[in-house]
Write a protein that binds this ligand. Structure first.
Ligand code: GRF
Length: 221
């Protein structure tokens, strides 16, 4: 079967992009990266794409007169590579309702918290201040409101006493690198479908039974 064509939008380091590049290097992975687009030139993520032989484009928001013009240029670049699923991976521009509606249910994002908790920036600092005992990361379909939309996959980890924003962020990031390829796989295989505000995921019976038994308690006692 043809692999789903991805367009990955970045603004910087691109470690989640790298996780997708590594996953897609397996010919059995059901998606391939058709283009990587950055709104900032010379970022590490672009170098990662180039090293993997993936086409890149820079669509600079400052070179466009307003957000709709910037976003038209994004859609033009995505369409030029026949992109069918847009993956936001550390893309630091807010997107208008027009763009998000155009790509509705064909655009996903990764966020470093267990949404709907801790939307926005500086999540790990706020997680630590709040005293919650678990945090994690979320891949979700994008809606016009920031960090909103049907959730595809979440990964949860315990918050440990002594954690700093950096130590917690590093453990969350390692989980991000696992769940983003998984979410793309589920969408590409047609196993993750948006139903209302949620995503129904088709899971093998065995995995469903295992998940039903899973409990993690922190502190363990
Ligand atoms: C990640 O923490 C992601 O969840 C957030 O931005 C960060 C991007 O990191 N949206 P990277 O560029 O993928 O390394």
């Amino acid at each position: 079967m043809a692999r789903l064509k991805l367009g990955v939008l970045i603004s910087g380091r691109g470690s989640n992009l790298q996780a997708l590049i590594d996953a897609a290097a397996d010919p059995a992975f059901p998606a391939q990266i058709a283009v990587v687009i950055s709104n900032i030139a010379d970022v590490q993520g672009l170098a990662r794409a180039q090293a993997a032989g993936i086409p890149t484009a820079v669509v600079d928001h400052k070179a466009h007169d307003g957000r709709p013009a910037f976003e038209s240029a994004l859609t033009e670049a995505l369409d030029a590579h026949q992109v069918r699923l847009v993956c936001l991976a550390g893309f630091m521009r807010l997107l208008t309702k027009g763009f998000v509606d155009h790509w509705r249910d064909r655009i996903i994002n990764i966020h470093p918290s267990l949404l709907p908790a801790f939307k926005g920036l500086n999540t790990h600092e706020r997680v630590l201040d709040s005293g919650v005992k678990f945090t994690g990361c979320t891949v979700h379909f994008v809606r016009a409101e920031m960090d909103e939309g049907p959730i595809v996959v979440q990964g949860a980890i315990p918050v440990l006493s002594g954690d700093t924003p950096d130590s917690l962020g590093a453990r969350v990031l390692a989980v991000e690198h696992r769940i983003y390829p998984l979410a793309v796989k589920l969408v590409a295989e047609g196993r993750a479908r948006v139903v209302g505000n949620a995503v129904r995921v088709d899971m093998p019976d065995g995995d469903h039974d295992t998940a039903a038994q899973t409990v993690v308690i922190n502190p363990a006692g």
